[in-house]
Design a protein around this ligand. Structure first.
Ligand code: HEC
Ligand code: HEC
Ligand code: HEC
Ligand code: HEC
Length: 112
């Protein structure tokens, strides 16, 4: 009886992990709070591929627009000598974001 129970629990854990893998373990933060839906970023249903940065820009504007919004941040992560880097190189949405500047610099910035 006990071993059947353990098999059941293990199966359930494995199943839920495979269904809700990567994107679900880390929430979408503000996007979820503000009611942004999967389909507003992903054009395929169900979502399967990475999202092109043009999607991000359709709501947030491009690097220049973002640079204006974060002009008081030092150094400004959206205006830099790398030129046009794409949004998702830093903002990951379903996993911990990164700061590609850190390959060369040590800045006190946290990417949301
Ligand atoms: C704000 C835009 C945005 C929203 C909303 C969003 N996603 Fe994503 N999603 C992304 C981005 C960006 C990536 C690529 C992540 C990366 O590059 O690490 C991604 C990747 C994924 C992937 C993995 C594809 C791969 O590259 O391996 C899946 C699956 C996924 N999303 C599912 C979902 C589901 C389900 C929802 C709705 C609950 C959702 N996403 C909502 C932006 C979004
Ligand atoms: C359908 C419109 C929409 C799309 C598409 C969209 N966003 Fe957003 N995003 C929002 C809204 C609304 C908020 C919350 C208000 C704000 O901060 O502007 C937000 C917030 C954010 C934040 C701040 C999060 C925080 O926790 O402070 C980041 C970073 C962000 N978006 C990046 C992205 C990236 C990268 C993409 C493309 C993968 C993307 N967004 C696509 C609407 C969108
Ligand atoms: C080099 C990494 C990097 C890239 C590329 C990048 N961002 Fe950001 N972004 C950041 C960091 C770091 C912050 C946090 C700034 C701060 O401390 O307020 C941020 C903040 C934001 C915010 C929240 C702004 C706020 O007022 O709270 C949004 C929205 C956003 N980014 C969208 C974008 C979009 C859209 C793109 C592409 C056009 C993009 N980002 C490209 C690093 C990046
Ligand atoms: C491939 C390596 C590399 C990356 C990635 C990189 N930088 Fe730089 N950065 C440099 C070099 C080299 C210099 C010039 C030498 C110096 O002043 O330290 C520089 C200089 C700077 C300066 C001027 C520093 C000063 O004291 O005048 C700023 C500001 C800056 N980078 C911001 C950024 C930001 C923001 C990012 C991410 C969006 C970034 N860098 C990404 C290599 C890089």
């Amino acid at each position: 009886m006990k071993s059947i129970y353990i098999v059941f629990v293990t199966l359930f854990a494995a199943l839920s992990m495979s269904v809700f893998a990567a994107p679900m373990t880390i929430p979408m933060g503000k996007h979820l709070e503000k009611g942004v839906t999967c389909a507003q970023c992903h054009k395929e249903n169900p979502p399967a591929k990475a999202v092109p940065f043009e999607k991000c820009e359709s709501c947030h504007g491009n690097n220049d627009a973002m640079a204006k919004r974060t002009e008081k941040v030092e150094p400004n992560p959206h205006f830099n000598h790398l030129g046009d880097v794409t949004c998702t190189e830093c903002h990951k949405n379903h996993s911990e974001s990164v700061l590609i500047c850190s390959n060369c610099h040590k800045f006190n910035l946290k990417t949301p």
